[in-house]
Design a protein around this ligand. Structure first.
Ligand SMILES: Nc1ncnc2c1ncn2[C@@H]1O[C@H](COP(=O)(O)OP(=O)(O)OP(=O)(O)O)[C@@H](O)[C@H]1O
Length: 303
């Protein structure tokens, strides 16, 4: 495991991976066209064990297309895709999973009325006894789910409660712990904080850091540069299907990242227009970076 350092903004960061340790996943000049629509073009991306690679971009930037390639849902139509240094072309998400690449989607694919422990093992249930009297090993599943959640620092009052009664943040955390338990080496998180309030987002970010600290390579897809900067080691900003920025944490500040993400020039133009409409001086409007700061709200009514 790598050493860690605490930064000025409180995020706990892993050091760069040990020399000689190659990337788990790499895209080299990768792209994807849907018919004659070029959704992604010339994208380089590297995912190392024990690091969080953030992929940022506005709507339509190509984030989903990128994760669909890595997770085995789509195949790239240009460039190279390598896993553990060797070229791959997955025919299905199952093949990606067999290579240790797990994706946690925003909708989480859980069964809301089933207990937490049952969702933890959904599709991969533990059984006991010989065929034809094989049956579910409920006690072992409950105990394992409890242990695995605790290992990730997730403490729930009752694993019997339907997963639908957990907060959105808690459900994301269970999904992350599940992927770790089932042997993920690369974890793709599709906008895990998009629908969450500030506090719940903080909880999810904590478990992203926990997954990284357990040595996983994490691809964190987000719209939010503030969330990305809390845990990210590397930042890739997509715009209209191409890579606008690819920078290590030491090479980019939060302000620069926010500017790239928001399109600094576009925001400046918008501010100018707003000032004209309201008949005020541009200086009287908030800074561009304030316009892009996350809104403190809690949609589910939870703290
Ligand atoms: N199946 C498809 N067929 C045709 N075009 C597609 C398809 N999927 C995506 N696109 C196009 O590719 C571009 C990139 O889309 P993509 O969904 O990857 O962006 P995104 O960054 O994930 O956006 P969002 O945040 O809105 O989900 C868009 O112009 C989109 O319309």
């Amino acid at each position: 495991m790598t050493d860690k350092a605490t930064t000025t903004h409180g995020a706990v960061l892993a050091d760069t991976p040990a020399a000689g340790q190659g990337p788990l996943v790499e895209l080299r000049g990768a792209g994807k066209s849907y018919g004659n629509i070029r959704a992604l073009h010339g994208v380089d991306l590297t995912v190392h064990a024990g690091q969080v690679t953030c992929v940022l971009g506005d709507n339509g930037a190509g984030k989903s297309t990128l994760i669909k390639i890595v997770s085995g849902l789509h195949q790239h139509t240009e460039g190279e895709f390598l896993v553990d240094g060797g070229p791959v072309r997955f025919a299905s998400p199952r093949e990606a999973l067999d290579r240790g690449i797990a994706t946690v989607y925003q909708d989480l694919a859980t069964v809301p009325l089933m207990p937490v422990w049952r969702n933890f093992f959904l599709g991969s249930e533990m059984t006991k006894g010989p065929w034809p009297v094989r049956r579910l090993d409920i006690a072992r599943m409950k105990q394992t789910a409890d242990q695995e959640l605790r290992n990730m620092g997730i403490v729930l009052d009752d694993l019997e409660q339907p997963i639908g009664t957990l907060s959105g943040g808690q459900r994301q955390c269970v999904a992350i712990a599940r992927a770790v338990y089932f042997g993920a080496r690369v974890l793709i998180l599709d906008e895990p904080t998009a629908a969450l309030g500030v506090k719940q987002s903080g909880v999810v970010l904590k478990y992203i850091a926990a997954a990284r600290d357990r040595g996983l390579g994490v691809i964190f897809i987000t719209h939010n540069p503030h969330h990305a900067y809390m845990v990210g080691d590397h930042f890739s900003v997509l715009r209209l299907g191409t890579l606008e920025l690819s920078a290590a944490r030491s090479e980019v500040s939060l302000e620069e990242l926010t500017n790239h993400m928001a399109g600094g020039a576009e925001l400046a133009a918008l501010k100018h227009e707003l000032a004209q409409v309201r008949g005020v001086d541009t200086e009287e409007l908030p800074e561009e970076s304030d316009l892009t700061a996350p809104v403190a709200h809690s949609p589910e009514g939870t703290p």
